[in-house]
Design a protein around this ligand. Sequence first.
Ligand code: TYM
Length: 348
Amino acid sequence: MPGMPRIFSGVQPTGELHIGNWLGAVRNLVHLQDTYESLICIVDLHAITGAFYEPAQHAGRTRDLAIGLLASGIDPDRATLFVQSHVPAHSELMWLLNAVTPVGELERMTQYKDKSAHLESIPAGLLNYPILMAADILLYRADLVPVGEDQVQHLELAREVTRRWNAAYGAGSAVLPEPQPLLTEAKRIIGLDGEAKMSKSKGNTIGILDSPEAIWQKLRPAKTDPARVTRKDPGRPEVCNIFDLHKYFSPPETVEQVAVNCRGALWGCLDCKRVLADNMAATLAPIRERAAVLAEAPGRVDEILAEGAERAGAIARETMATVHDRMGFLRAPAPPVQRRNVEPTAGP
Ligand code: TYM
């Protein structure tokens, strides 16, 4: 815990946690919590800029994501799991970082360009999204940020913002450390369309809590090697997304067997998908079971999030005190001492 290098990562509560999130980031966070002081944040403030945001669903999705993360193996005794809006310093630091963030850099962000391309009126939150990410990370002075590849450009911007803030207010020293991304080999999981990154907005996902039947129904029509038109055509596993997914869910001997049977046209694509569906369902079964138990105890989940926010808030307050000092703000008055209304005890 304290003394260990620190990692921070965030996940948006946009609905289901899919296998792209799980393979690209969450599984890694579960492994890292033994060797790093880990802060894992459900970024509900980021989510309000997205297409899936609905006020009536927001709180429920936030808790459901907590359930998904806990069921995946995030352990509240080893990691700090909390909700972004429960630590108001995220929004405050973001405002302060606005002062050193060039608009031109924000406009270059690929995700901003993609998401704003079809909008008539672009909300400022979509443009400023990466500043909030920088604030998330810098608030905890995190050394490493485990993410998928799609977040790397945002992290480069966070590094740039850090350098600019340190140059303006650090008096020659790196008061805020430059965060480094931490990627895994599963840094870009392709969706079931076989083309785009797996993402909820593309509708090409498999949820980590999907039932075995739902997994199969989603995998059945998934794209494979386009050159394999009939069952007799030999396949090319190296260009097939289903083969790629086997590597994450099937044992090495099965992966080998899939490659041989695909190349030799001994299996059709449906045979290959059936084996993948079974192995995926088996891998995810313990997570589904734990999630079902947690869903019965929402009060306990909220307690875990409250404890997480308290721990995260303590670190955030330290950083904000430094940031306020460095930026020359007048110190805020100390909070008034709470007077307790105690009845005078009767004398002897
Ligand atoms: P989000 O919620 O879209 O995704 C959560 C994590 O999952 C990774 N990921 C993927 N990895 C591999 N293949 C995929 N198809 C795939 N899809 C998603 C993401 O890279 C991410 O690591 N902006 C962030 C959340 C965030 C954050 C932060 C992350 C807010 N503040 C600070 C790190 C640090 C996001 O929308 O992730």
